[in-house]
Design a protein around this ligand. Structure first.
Ligand code: AR6
Length: 182
């Protein structure tokens, strides 16, 4: 069983732009069509270049709560894992479980490809309006559950776009991982 300290060392919370992350895989907060969009999805497609959309067209979409993988093309990351988060409808439409399943399925996919480092955005918390505090708890709890049982990915970065989101994630991490420092 890994110690709490080893688990802390595998998780990092950062403020920044996910497209610049030098990791093996970045996760995209996509929609079911997987054909691009606004927010982080738009930024990733713009930075990766048109070949990403070409590959995405061949995937035939992706159901909410699941994830599919493509190459990263012009991104520093070798892979993009496209996860489809739930649209927030007030919390009684299975949103929590669907968001948890996005994180779990992205990590399962990463592990199956031997991916050692992965960066997540705050899936569903923009256009899809999922409350950020609640989403941060789900992201961290689900990731912790996974890395307790699996050696890969070795490093998981949560990339927060803006200082408010960063503070919320840091508070959540200190609550969920006692002694977490950053
Ligand atoms: N790097 C990191 N985080 C970012 C970046 C970036 N470059 N840009 C935005 N964020 P959103 P959703 C944050 O709306 O809520 C798209 O149109 C943003 O501040 O990108 O899952 C898709 O095609 C927020 O915290 O994704 C779907 O249709 C988080 O990323 C829909 O939006 C997620 O915001 C998905 O909505």
């Amino acid at each position: 069983m890994p110690t709490l300290e080893t688990l802390h060392q595998r998780i990092e919370i950062q403020e920044g732009n996910i497209v610049r992350q030098k990791v093996d895989a970045i996760v995209n907060a996509a929609n079911e069509r997987l054909l691009g969009g606004g927010g982080v999805d738009g930024a990733i497609h713009q930075a990766a270049g048109p070949e990403l959309l070409e590959e995405c067209r061949k995937l035939n979409g992706c159901p909410t709560g699941q994830a599919k993988i493509t190459a990263g093309y012009n991104l520093p990351a070798k892979w993009v894992i496209h996860a489809v988060g739930p649209i927030w409808h007030g919390g009684r439409s299975n949103e929590d479980a669907l968001l948890a399943s996005c994180y779990r399925n992205s990590l399962v996919l990463a592990e199956s490809r031997g991916i050692r480092s992965i960066a997540f955005p705050c899936i569903s918390t923009g256009l899809y309006r999922f409350p950020i505090e609640r989403a941060a708890d789900i992201a961290l709890n689900e990731t912790l559950k996974f890395i307790e049982q699996h050696d890969l990915p070795e490093r998981i970065n949560f990339v927060c776009y803006g200082h408010d989101t960063y503070s919320i994630y840091l508070d959540a991490a200190r609550r969920i991982l006692p002694g977490f420092s950053g």
